[in-house]
Ligand binder design. Structure first.
Ligand code: GTP
Ligand code: MG
Length: 391
């Protein structure tokens, strides 16, 4: 039997070779794909292989009545076209056809990936080739291009060229960079010995301020056995007040709902025997200048020790930037990032903290009170940004 194998970068290229070398009647007996290392084993390339024959005979397995014939009579050769039809109609043939389609699809996917790689590559020629996959990984995790590029260049200076081919080593160096860029600011600590440590949470609507207040209060009270008072500067919405009241009732902590500067100052005074006062505020649109200046007045009356801006990781970076710009006019000391569990990528946390140069106090990772909250550890953020395959 004239049996040959053909290898190419795509299934269709392999098929073209089969047709050129063996003619249009060649029979495909087997197809497969496998990966071949290239670039010194650093990246892999998919190879498509077809085994074909010009004159394979395919046994006809359909049961037929056996006419009596002389034992020495030779079997009739099957015509190539008929044999091909039989192969295609058999389960094995259909499997092979399906596999061929899947391989074509994978080939296309690889091609698109390669195109993206080349287009990104051409936009940043300064990134060394051996570290390009790491740069791409950072970009795909929404780390700002400029930041990713400077991190990669620093890593390049720190490592020997042979280490660039050791992903775990490069990851370690990148993690060090991320940790350096992400100052941690948490947890909330009371440094004074007299009077309550007052913490306010501000931020856009629906980012998770009230839920985070409940998590913080529950952890301070149940785990650290602290006396905690709650104040809400949200008099607009009954539902929002009820939400915090529910938590206050469960925890057994005092709750004051205030709407004016005088009421705010009085509420803080009334909780003088608490170790911590946590202040919840109504979400405000960064575009609502009037409500933001009202918030500024109320907060000033509370005279908090720290104000945390709460931002959602699921918001676009544009929204996050706008929120930072507008809420900074009120007052921002630290940043909390919520909904890390829902975020597709967390590079935005690194970009923002680096840009505003404020410490990351907490990240929240789900809706469960009190468990889904963590102190913003740079190591953990580095792990989240660098997790997943880099190649
Ligand atoms: N997945 C997820 N959901 C969260 C997280 N934190 C809060 N949420 C949810 O986000 C929604 C809004 O939470 P709230 O705490 O009411 O948000 P808020 O900032 O107080 O909202 P406003 O007071 O309306 O501005 C609720 O459904 C919460 O359960 C988190 O870390 N992960
Ligand atoms: Mg709220």
């Amino acid at each position: 039997m004239d049996l040959r194998t053909f290898q190419a970068n795509t299934m269709s290229a392999a098929l073209t070779e089969v047709k050129q070398e063996m003619g249009p009647n060649a029979m495909i007996l087997q197809t497969r794909s496998f990966y071949k290392p290239r670039w010194l084993g650093f990246r892999r390339r998919e190879i498509f292989e077809i085994t074909a024959s010009r004159n394979a005979r395919v046994p006809d397995r359909t049961p037929k009545p056996q006419p009596a014939r002389p034992a020495a009579q030779a079997p009739q050769p099957i015509k190539p076209a008929e044999a091909r039809r039989q192969i295609l109609e058999s389960p094995a043939g259909q499997n092979a056809a399906m596999m061929g389609l899947i391989q074509e699809f994978n080939g296309l996917k690889g091609l698109v990936k390669e195109l993206v790689h080349h287009s990104t590559r051409s936009r940043c020629p300064e990134i060394p080739e051996e570290l390009f996959d790491f740069y791409n990984h950072l970009i795909q995790n929404q780390v700002a291009e400029e930041l990713a590029s400077s991190m990669i260049k620093t890593v390049q200076k720190q490592i020997r060229p042979e280490h660039a081919r050791q992903p775990e080593f490069v990851k370690l160096k990148l993690a060090e960079q991320i940790e350096r860029l992400l100052p941690s600011a948490g947890p909330i600590v009371r440094t004074k010995t007299v009077g309550p440590h007052v913490v306010a949470l501000i931020g856009p609507t629906g980012v998770g301020k009230t839920t985070t207040i409940a998590k913080l209060a529950a952890n301070l009270m149940l785990r650290e056995k602290r006396r905690v008072g709650l104040i809400t500067l949200d008099t607009y919405r009954i539902a929002a007040i009820d939400q915090l009241r529910k938590y206050a009732d469960i925890l057994g902590s005092p709750l004051k709902v205030v709407g004016t500067a005088e009421e705010t100052a009085a509420a803080v005074r009334s909780m003088h025997d608490c170790e911590f006062i946590l202040i919840d505020t109504a979400g405000r649109s960064p575009n609502d200048a009037l409500k933001l200046s009202e918030l500024k007045g109320l907060l000033a009356a509370a005279n908090p020790d720290e104000v945390h801006l709460v931002l959602s990781t699921t918001a676009s970076e544009k929204c996050v930037d706008l929120a930072i710009a507008r809420f900074s006019e009120v007052r921002v000391d630290k940043i909390i990032f919520t909904k890390i569990d829902e975020a597709a990528h967390v590079g935005v946390v690194l970009n923002v903290i680096h840009k505003v140069n404020k410490g990351l106090s907490y990240i929240t990772t789900g809706q469960d009170v009190p468990d889904d909250i963590e102190v913003g550890q740079p190591k953990r953020l580095a792990q989240l940004i660098l997790s997943g395959s880099m190649q």
